[in-house]
Design a protein around this ligand. Sequence first.
Ligand code: ADP
Length: 561
Amino acid sequence: MRQLTQAGQKVFEARYAGKDENGHINETFAEAVLRLARAAASAEKENLKTWEEKFSHIIGELLFVPSTPIWANVGKKDRPWQPGACFVLAVEDTLESMYDTLKDMALVFKSGGGVGFNFSAIRPRGDLVGTTKGQASGVVELIRLYDASADMVKQGGVRRGAIMGILNVDHPEIIDFIQAKNDGGLTNFNLSVGVTDAFMEALEKDLPWQLVFNGTVRRELPARRLWRIIIESAHSCGDPGVIFLDRLQSGNPVPENRINATNPCGEQPLSPGESCLLGSINLDRMSTFEGGLNKEILEETVTAAVRFLDNLIDVADYPLPAIAAATRATRKIGLGFTGLADALIKAGLAYDSAGGRELAGTITGLIRQAAHAASEKLAEEKGCFPLWDKSVFYPDRPRRNAACITIAPTGSVTTMAGCEGYGVEPIFAVAYTKTTNVAGDLEVFSPLFLEYIKDYNIPAETLAVIAEKGSCQGIEGIPEEVAGIFKGAREIAPIDHLLMQAAVQKHVDNAVSKTINLPEDASAEDIGACYKTAYELGLKGVTVFREGSKKGTVTVGRERA
Ligand code: ADP
């Protein structure tokens, strides 16, 4: 059993450990590992002990890290075993549906999941309401209502509810939607415009674009003008991002259940009512400075992790019968990785180099290959997912799971596992300020950096400069090769962030959650260029973070950014 780091132990205790009725922790990490392993093994018909040991091994050794709701819920006596992190719900254009869905959303939040919606079925603000002859309040008002409810659940639950709100680019209320976060507020929402290939073509050819509801054209404006509104808003507040609707649908394993939305961070496209559970391979744990990545351990871990996640679908308590039915009809799992940055550093490759991207692609490809093979074997043993005969795999490729690979942000679990890079992201910074209760603000170096420079004899004064700047770029006495490998997220060019996302997306069934960092002085056009490049690179969606935009602030080095 691995020892957690101090920060890892804190996350474990705050979010995952079992607690008694007074809120006191009554579970160790080792006990929690066993709880998860046992719960997953209980789905097996035979060899329960063997499976329990296998699952315990990969989780206890931190080779595989299940995501937050699994740790927080599964196997506990006092909670429903709800393992899913990602949900998509339908909302229709009736008052009943809006409030029914609101309640469903609250129940999902309570169980630890995040929800995505496509609001395009909702009639635009100002339209006539049939029964009252009054005016409809529209999409943005509905979003405000949902946001306020997410705040309410937050006050009662363990983590704040996260929501993805999507509106198609031809909806008549699209402009208000795009600007909905410009004056702050809607803090529980990520907004994304659902962009179609037809819109991208209209933009490319500088054609007019029609806003349509129920088959009636409500307005026409140049595609270029709508695009401008999108990128200016993203420039000021970070929202909206864009998702490419035709790509979501073309990657849909069961095409007749249309996909038009994703979960809050964008990595999991789902049909309405579906949910997906996530888990990450810890690439840091299977890489060393001497030998690079151990592919055998990687494959073994993936095989066991697929079975673990698949089993949880059987033993899960989903918050609603409709969610249970839709989830079990496709049995989607989202296996991905965390600690990519750690693995690249250990292999001596820069994140923004062709070699770095190649290794990232190879790793993701290996995970996918092993996961698909495992899902195929499970299908032979336990049967295909129920909608298999309606899927793109029918009839030649048996599968237990309609989709297997997802690259999640891995916020909490990365800290618990002790990796430096979250998900597919580069390290945040080579040195940063950490606020502690006991010692106040401390300058902390990336442990990988300290390990890497051991043989370089870098003088203490140089290290002091690095701590001060929170960066090792352009510093005298730091070899170029070291500076290249230890770029923080803000020191990597937007195009290199995008290229990494594309290198990984190529091997991913679902999608990749990734932030494209832009400097403070980036223009709206720069953001537009990122969105267009994302489209050209075949990505399913993209979100940007411009330094100093309203989205949030971070602390690097000694300065508050
Ligand atoms: P973790 O590391 O906590 O397991 P991730 O950061 O990988 O989770 O997030 C994965 C997904 O979990 C998100 O895309 C979202 O669907 C869901 N999620 C994350 N944070 C929240 C939250 N605060 N409330 C509800 N769902 C969340």
